[in-house]
Design a protein around this ligand. Structure first.
Ligand code: NAD
Length: 492
């Protein structure tokens, strides 16, 4: 809920005005206008939400899974009914195009759909006669109060990587959305309010670092799901683990794509451009480095430069636009200075997107697609997550050299190969050290029924978001060993 120009918290089944003393402005990145203020909620407000969740837990876990998922069926229908309205809000606060906002909401809804399978997904297994007259059962039970902390770049989808599975498994769930984009979830929670879930089963506490720390330190919070940059993911993982919590922390990325000479260059350049410049490069699955092998160099460079130059940039609400702004002024400055640093380190700017001015949106934070070549693997540009519409080109002689570059990266979120050779594809799939692999695919985003599998510094934890991993994460396994001697049955 948004009232009096500020986003409210949702605690114990009601909207509450935050008692925070500090607020941040949430700005539309296309116009730089303030659209709402977000509270930096205190540890006391986190405590209220956690206590309400804990109070709801005992009855919620006893509610049969078949009944729990009825709320999710209704949520899916409400999200469908309000689909375009929610997507517009996402574009307003996050900047991406309306089609991209619709796309992310669709992927979020798919997680609601998969979580509706919890009665089957949550089943355990058993074995009779592990010894004479003794049986053994594995049961899954919910953890209790769990929380998720989410980033700015997918305000609709990422909270839905967690919420549906958490509550379907019988947990009570607290969301701390990104303070840069709190409006999408405020609207989604208006719809969740209409579900009439028992009070405390779901909550939203808006805020920043202190709000996160309060969740990480609260003794009643059993598990933390986090998505954001790698330094914060590492910090959250460490602090949650030190406090005895289960944690799954998805971090940043620096995704390479390899282009072999036998790739379909037309298709490859279109797909790579969509991966690098879609969502203004603010996707954890954006390709950031393209490594051409052998004779792929010249044809790929020519086509990708053409596609990058042609991309239309502007307000994401305009249907003619292919790319919106980056999230804020600080991000724009950081991206532009990384491009300048790349030049100083010897790279050549083939397509320069700096200093973009969009008529009617002069205050917006726009950067046009940018392409650099001759980027050295040791340079800052090649190593740092840029999180903007910038693609660096590198060139090597063999596929082995290219895979070595992929594997040298400290990140392992995604790696892609473009080829028409099955043998090359198999070699790459086998040897590349990244958790999400694309073969002739530029954004290898796992569907809701597969885990979102970052590796290395792109993920801290064991069980990933989505699908069966989510069920593992949100349940404790209990093993029961039972003896019922045959002789006892004589009494019946
Ligand atoms: P971020 O790390 O700045 O913030 C993420 C969340 O952490 C926010 O809710 C924020 O309030 C909180 N936070 C920020 N600093 C904190 C601190 N010092 N202590 C405690 N909490 C803190 O990330 P962002 O800029 O919102 O999102 C972009 C990042 O997220 C990129 O690095 C991107 O690659 C990553 N990302 C990863 C995935 C994935 O699946 N691996 C998906 C989406 C985004």
């Amino acid at each position: 809920m948004i009232q009096d120009g500020q986003v409210y918290n949702y605690i114990a089944g009601e909207w509450r005005r935050s008692k925070a003393s500090e607020f941040l402005d949430v700005r539309n990145p296309a116009t730089a206008e303030t659209i709402v203020r977000v509270p930096l909620s205190s540890a006391d407000e986190v405590d209220e939400a956690v206590r309400a969740a804990q109070a709801a837990f005992d009855d919620w876990r006893r509610t049969p899974p078949t009944d729990r998922i009825q709320y999710l069926f209704t949520l899916k229908n409400l999200l469908e009914e309000h689909f375009d309205e929610i997507a517009r809000l996402t574009t307003q606060e996050c900047g991406k195009t309306l089609a991209e906002s619709q796309g992310e909401l669709r992927r979020g809804i798919e997680n609601v759909e998969v979580a509706c399978g919890i009665p089957s997904l949550m089943m355990g297994y058993n074995a009779e006669d592990i010894a004479r007259g003794i049986d053994e059962h594995m049961l899954r039970q919910p953890l209790g109060v769990v929380a998720a902390i989410t980033p700015f770049n997918f305000p609709g989808m990422i909270p839905l990587w967690f919420l549906p599975y958490a509550i379907a498994c019988g947990n009570c769930f607290i969301l701390k959305p990104s303070e840069k984009v709190p409006m999408t979830m405020a609207r989604v929670f208006d719809l969740i309010d209409q579900l009439h879930l028992p009070k405390g089963v779901v909550s939203v506490v808006n805020g920043g670092r202190e709000t996160v720390d309060a969740l990480l330190d609260h003794p009643l919070v059993r598990a933390i799901s986090f998505v954001g940059s790698s330094p914060v993911a590492r910090y959250v993982y460490g602090r949650a683990a030190a406090n005895g919590k289960r944690a799954q922390c998805q971090g940043g990325a620096k995704n390479p794509v390899i282009v072999l000479p036998d790739a379909d260059m037309e298709m490859t350049s279109t797909i790579v451009a969509d991966s690098s410049f879609g969502c203004a490069g603010q996707r954890c699955l954006a390709s950031s480095v393209a490594i051409t092998v052998g004779e792929a160099e010249a044809p790929f460079r020519e086509r990708i430069a053409a596609v990058a130059s042609e991309r239309t940039v502007g307000n994401g609400l305009d249907p003619a636009i292919q790319m919106g702004p980056v999230i804020n002024a600080a991000s724009q400055q950081r991206i532009e200075s990384l491009i300048a640093q790349g030049e100083r380190e010897g790279a050549t700017v083939l397509v320069d997107g700096r200093g973009a001015k969009i008529a009617g949106y002069e205050a917006g934070h726009f950067i046009r697609p940018t392409l650099l070549e001759g980027v050295s693997p040791e340079s800052e540009l090649a190593r740092t997550e840029i999180f903007g519409p910038v693609l660096s080109l590198m060139h090597v002689a063999t596929i082995d050299d290219a895979i070595a570059l992929v594997n040298a990266s400290p990140f392992g979120n995604m790696a892609c190969l473009f080829t028409s050779s099955g043998a090359a594809a198999r070699k790459f799939r086998y040897e590349a050290r990244a958790g999400n692999i694309g073969i002739n695919v530029g954004v290898a985003a796992p569907m809701a029924f597969f885990p979102f599998s970052g590796w290395k510094d792109s993920f801290f934890g064991d069980m990933h978001a989505q699908g069966r991993d989510a069920v593992e994460f949100y349940t404790d396994k209990k093993v029961v060993v039972e003896r019922w001697p045959k002789e006892w049955s004589r009494t019946f």
